[in-house]
Design a protein around this ligand. Structure first.
Ligand code: FES
Ligand code: FES
Length: 152
């Protein structure tokens, strides 16, 4: 079945089943491999993308779910929140192996779009579902705090 998705501001047509996970459409059909597969059951956050600016787990959203929304992946992330997060991530050397990090960044940008001045507790709660096998959690939390301060 043919679907038209808007991904990173570009209309992309794909011929896939309606229940194809958005994650596989992005990675396998559109070759946008910055979005990662971790668990496939909404338990790790590695696959996080934005639908209309809000973080969603792309392993759980289907292509049909995403039709009519603006899909943003790590490759297309832009705007003041994205720049603040990317700057903080660089300056605080957050990344270790990197596997979870596109999901972490997508989650952080979604948080700051919704709440530009989060408390530390709100940051922890928002980032809690993004797992990191390298345990970069303290640097992730500090970088989200730093990004919020840059936006203030
Ligand atoms: S792969 Fe989607 S939440 Fe883990
Ligand atoms: S940096 Fe390695 S899994 Fe998070």
């Amino acid at each position: 079945m043919a679907f038209m998705l808007t991904v990173n501001g570009v209309a992309r047509e794909m011929d896939v089943d309606a229940d194809t996970p958005l994650l596989w459409a992005l990675r396998d059909t559109l070759n946008l491999t910055g979005t990662k597969f971790g668990c496939g059951v909404a338990a790790c956050g590695a696959c996080t993308v934005h639908l209309d600016g809000v973080a969603v787990r792309s392993c759980q959203a289907t292509v049909e779910d995403a039709t009519g929304s603006e899909v943003t992946t790590i490759e297309g992330l832009s705007g003041p929140e994205a720049e603040a997060v990317q700057g903080a991530w660089r300056d605080l050397n957050v990344v270790q192996c990197g596997y979870c990090q596109s999901g972490q960044i997508m989650q952080a940008v979604s948080l700051l779009k919704e709440n530009p001045s989060p408390t530390d507790a709100e940051i922890q709660e928002e980032m809690n579902g993004n797992l990191c096998r390298c345990a970069t959690y303290s640097r992730v939390g500090a970088a989200v705090r730093d990004a919020a301060d840059r936006l203030a």
